[in-house]
Design a protein around this ligand. Structure first.
Ligand SMILES: Nc1ncnc2c1ncn2[C@@H]1O[C@H](COP(=O)(O)OP(=O)(O)OP(=O)(O)O)[C@@H](O)[C@H]1O
Ligand SMILES: [Mg+2]
Length: 352
């Protein structure tokens, strides 16, 4: 598989009055051409900061990329200046944010907002751009495009606005699309429609996607691979099957166990005790140790390396050390894993 993006040992910090907030602490991952990587993890784990850093969208100050490489088709984005990044943003990599209203300009006609990027990046004439806008609106399922392009965002429903945002993100055929919780502001039915739409479009355009979500249920449907983040690090990464059928990190067990499943009646949800650590003073050892009921002495002393589970699957937990006791996931989590194996997980060829 051909690599589109390689992130190597990326650290991002914010300098605040209280000290240095170490939001992203040495993250490594790849995205292959055409694939969907989901990033999951609790609030504050560093999902948005990671992806904003890729596009150099971290406000600076207080933020800064302290260390690391962000190789996009071999070019290091971390070393690019603002002018170079402007050529990448929106054209080669584009981003969809959570709330469609903040991504759209309320005072500008929808058609013009989509055309902007086309004229700027693709050097299209007005007439060409107009034609492309109609195609894009059709692609994202907005009927009556001819009239719609002359309307303002407030004349669209929430779901329709997010479709417009998707159209803008796709306008220049980006090689990488980053979607940061693109559906959380929408109601459940509309969420499903937008996810379906993104899945469809990805099949048609073959762009790679990084999909950020709290919702592991969504992941099973849209992703090829999953990265689980905790306290600014990736603690487990693997294919959807690796993560859903064979999770290794106790934090991933916690996330799976706290995921409601549709088919089980005697719903016994597993809650991860405690709360994430303070990133001003990250703890010594494994940042998850204090919440890990299986923690050993070493967890409080030394950071675990990424242990290889298989060619596609890695996890950073001392439980994978050859001398560690063999521990089974909790019952509630095993039930979820069986549920996944019984067919509620993704099926072949189904991705965004
Ligand atoms: N401008 C900032 N100044 C200081 N700290 C910040 C700033 N932006 C983000 N952080 C910190 O970086 C950490 C990671 O934040 P991030 O927004 O990436 O979390 P997240 O995983 O996207 O969470 P959520 O699921 O809530 O969106 C948090 O501890 C957050 O407080
Ligand atoms: Mg976020």
């Amino acid at each position: 598989m051909e690599k589109l993006l390689e992130v190597k040992n990326m650290h991002v910090s914010f300098d605040t009055y209280g000290g240095e907030v170490k939001a992203v602490r040495g993250v490594n991952f790849d995205v292959n051409k055409g694939e969907t990587l989901a990033i999951v993890g609790e609030s504050g784990s560093g999902k948005s900061v990671t992806t904003k850093a890729l596009m150099q969208l971290i406000p600076q100050p207080p933020g800064r990329i302290k260390e690391g490489e962000i190789l996009f088709e071999g070019r290091d984005l971390a070393k690019m200046n603002e002018k170079q990044m402007q050529k990448i943003r929106g054209k080669e990599i584009s981003m969809i944010f959570q709330d469609p209203m903040t991504s759209l300009n309320p005072t500008m006609k929808v058609g013009n907002q989509i055309m902007e990027g086309l004229i700027k990046h693709q050097k299209m004439s007005k007439a060409q751009a107009r034609k492309r806008v109609s195609e894009l609106l059709e692609l994202v399922g907005i009927p009556d495009a001819e009239n719609r392009i002359n309307q303002y965002p407030h004349q669209f429903s929430g779901g329709m606005r997010q479709r417009v945002v998707v159209a803008i993100a796709l306008a220049c055929n980006p090689k990488l699309l980053i979607a940061d919780e693109p559906t959380t502001a929408l109601d459940v039915t509309i969420q499903a429609q937008i996810l379906e739409l993104m899945k469809d479009i990805q099949k048609k355009t073959d762009s790679a996607t990084i999909f950020i979500t709290h919702d592991l249920g969504v992941v099973a449907n849209v992703a090829d691979r999953v990265a689980v983040m905790y306290a600014g690090k990736i603690v487990e990464i693997g294919t959807v099957d690796d993560i859903f059928y064979n999770p290794q990190h106790p934090y991933t067990w916690g996330l799976l166990g706290s995921m409601p499943s549709l088919d089980s009646e005697d719903e016994e949800l597993y809650a991860i005790p405690g709360s994430p650590p303070d990133l001003l003073n990250p703890p010594k050892g494994d940042a998850f140790a204090a919440r890990n009921e299986y923690a050993m002495k070493i967890d409080f002393e030394q950071e675990p390396p990424m242990f290889k589970v298989s060619d596609t699957h890695y996890a950073a937990t001392w439980l994978l050390h050859e001398n560690a006791p063999k521990i089974e996931p909790p019952e509630a989590v095993k039930k979820r894993m069986e549920g996944n194996a019984n067919g509620s997980s993704s099926s072949e060829g189904e991705r965004i």
